[in-house]
Design a protein around this ligand. Structure first.
Ligand code: ARG
Length: 564
């Protein structure tokens, strides 16, 4: 059911194919002002083509636009405004939702193709930062959205588990490490060691060499180095998985940087074969003059590989292993240059598929207007953030609904949902000000607000003792007060399409807020449960809203409690 398409098809015929279906569909708008109807077609392009006044064309054409789905056609200046037939369209919308349920909004853009999503990707032996939270939340929502659009998502956690920093960490551990302490609190203790190493290295340059040597040992397969590394990695993953469990995020692969160790020689060989490697300051680099980018560092003077080398190997591996249609990298915008270089090198290597790699960047999480960093004292431990949010949600429920049976479960859903929604409601490139208070508000554009609206709708259905089987299409309603809600329900597939095309979950977040607002307004105006001819139709609408809100929340990674 797509009325834009229907209007386009009608115009297409009336205009004897003078404009293409695509052109027509692109130019048909949804008027901002409700008084201008549901669809508007501006006649400016046509006027130029026909060398005629746009308002005249609009007038002539409008007289011939007809469909049982259109109630009224009006001309305002150069615009043909179409008012949909509220009754026919509403009943169709509801019938569609009854039939399709949570599959409503499914698209076929993806054609079943694979989309790899590089997401979360924290660095081991360090706290899980806000940046990694953003990547996790955005990546997870994108995975759900592209899946809804007909792709097959493959979620890859490209763990930062290799690199010179692990040489430093091993050196620090050998000097000052305490096994027992680390076992009790791995991330905190390892971070302490790492920070101490940096502090000491400022006055003791020998430490730098020591760290470098240990990394070399690690790359050469020294057993002691490897087993320490493995231990750091295992402990870190245990910590990270607590966060993933709280957030219900899972991965298809944990192939981190270390996974590509045995795949890097081949990359270097390929680069050599293609005469792309040159020496610069004793290091091996790929020059990117024509691309106007700085050279991409492939191998250091001591033969050690780099972040970029491992990403080259990973990109090739992903293409060979998953044959992706799209390869997304959900990584902060500060790494834009890195991804530009990566793509440029792959294109130089002759890989046309490099065009299918998309860096999906995002802005920073700020606290009091400043970047939240993990290096110095200003660490915000993410697990603590989630737990605090859950406990605030718990207090809230205790005040509002002390008799709720599954309080803990709901507090989890609301607390975690609040954090996720706060992240997703704005376009991802915007910086976000971290505010626990804002996230957890039950009014305004928050996760709890949308969840609460869903729970309220469920409660109406419970009170009305209403079941979808009971609804018969003969229940008549004017569908007048309902119209705003109906027109938002119709918008859902478009929101998904935009989110998928722009890799922008905020399209769905904004959509669910709008739908929730429209529904709450309706709820305030209309006594839904009051006995009347229209009661059944109203409840059918409430039911339809629950389906779409729940599915919208699911796409974003939030659960929808039926009571809260
Ligand atoms: N571990 C990196 C970091 O924390 C992010 C990795 C992103 N993914 C990639 N394929 N480079 O900065």
């Amino acid at each position: 059911m797509n009325f834009k398409q229907e209007l386009a098809a009608i115009l297409y015929e009336l205009l004897n194919h003078e404009l293409t279906m695509d052109e027509l569909q692109l130019s048909i708008e949804k008027p901002k002002n409700d008084a201008h109807g549901d669809l508007a077609f501006p006649c400016f392009t046509l006027a130029k083509l026909k060398r005629k006044a746009p308002n005249l064309i609009a007038q002539e054409l409008s007289e011939r636009v007809q469909s049982p789905n259109f109630e009224k056609i009006e001309v305002v200046g150069a615009y043909i405004n179409v008012f949909l037939n509220k009754k026919t369209v509403s009943e169709k919308m509801i019938a569609d939702l009854f039939e399709q349920k949570e599959t409503y909004g499914t698209l076929t853009i993806g054609n079943g193709g694979n989309v790899t999503i590089d997401m979360s990707s924290p660095n081991i032996a360090k706290p899980f930062s806000m940046g990694h939270l953003r990547s996790t939340v955005i990546g997870n929502a994108l995975a759900n959205i592209v899946e809804k659009a007909g792709y097959k998502p493959i979620k890859i956690n490209h763990l930062g588990d290799w690199g010179t920093q692990f040489g430093k960490l091993i050196a620090a551990f050998k000097l000052w490490g305490d096994t027992e302490k680390i076992k009790q609190n791995p991330i905190k203790e390892l971070l302490k060691l790492y920070i101490k190493f940096h502090e000491e290295a400022e006055t003791n340059p020998e430490l730098v060499d020591l760290g470098r040597n240990w990394f070399k040992e690690l790359e050469d397969g020294n057993e002691e180095a490897l087993s320490l590394w493995q231990w750091f990695r295992d402990e870190s993953l245990k910590e990270f998985s607590k966060i993933y469990q709280l957030m219900h995020v899972d991965f298809d692969s944990f192939a981190g940087e270390a996974f590509y160790n045995d795949k890097m020689d081949r990359v270097v060989e390929l680069l050599e074969e293609k005469h792309l490697l040159v020496e610069s300051d004793q290091a091996q680099v790929v020059e990117l003059h024509e691309e106007q980018l700085p050279p991409c560092l492939i191998k250091k003077s001591d033969g050690a590989t780099l972040y970029a080398t491992r990403d080259l190997a990973a990109a090739i591996y992903r293409k060979e292993h998953y044959d992706f249609d799209l390869s997304l990298y959900v990584v902060g915008h500060e790494q834009s240059l890195h991804f530009q270089q990566l793509k440029a090198v792959l294109e130089k290597m002759g890989y046309g598929w490099a065009k299918k790699m998309v860096h999906v960047p995002f802005g920073m999480m700020l606290k009091d207007g400043k970047k939240m960093s993990t290096r110095k004292g200003k660490v915000v431990l993410l697990e603590e953030v989630l737990k605090e949010s859950i406990s605030l949600a718990q207090q809230n429920i205790e005040e509002k609904n002390p008799n709720l049976v599954n309080k803990d479960e709901v507090a989890n859903q609301v607390g975690v949902g609040a954090v996720i929604f706060h992240d997703l409601k704005n376009f991802r490139m915007n910086d976000i000000e971290f505010s626990m208070e804002d996230m957890l508000r039950f009014e305004g554009e928050t996760g709890p607000y949308v969840q609460y609206t869903y729970a309220r709708a469920c409660s109406i259905l419970r009170k009305g003792n209403w079941h979808p089987e009971d609804y018969s299409k003969n229940d008549h309603a004017a569908w007048d007060k309902e119209w705003k809600v109906i027109s938002f329900l119709m918008e859902f597939p478009n929101a998904i399409k935009r989110a998928c095309e722009q890799f922008d979950p905020s399209q769905v977040a904004k959509y669910v807020v709008n739908l929730a607002q429209a529904f709450n307004k309706y709820y305030a105006e209309v006594k839904i449960l009051e006995e009347s001819d229209e009661q059944q139709a109203r409840l059918a609408l409430v039911y339809s809203v629950t389906i779409v809100l729940k599915e919208g929340l699911r796409l974003l990674g939030l659960e929808a409690p039926e009571e809260m």
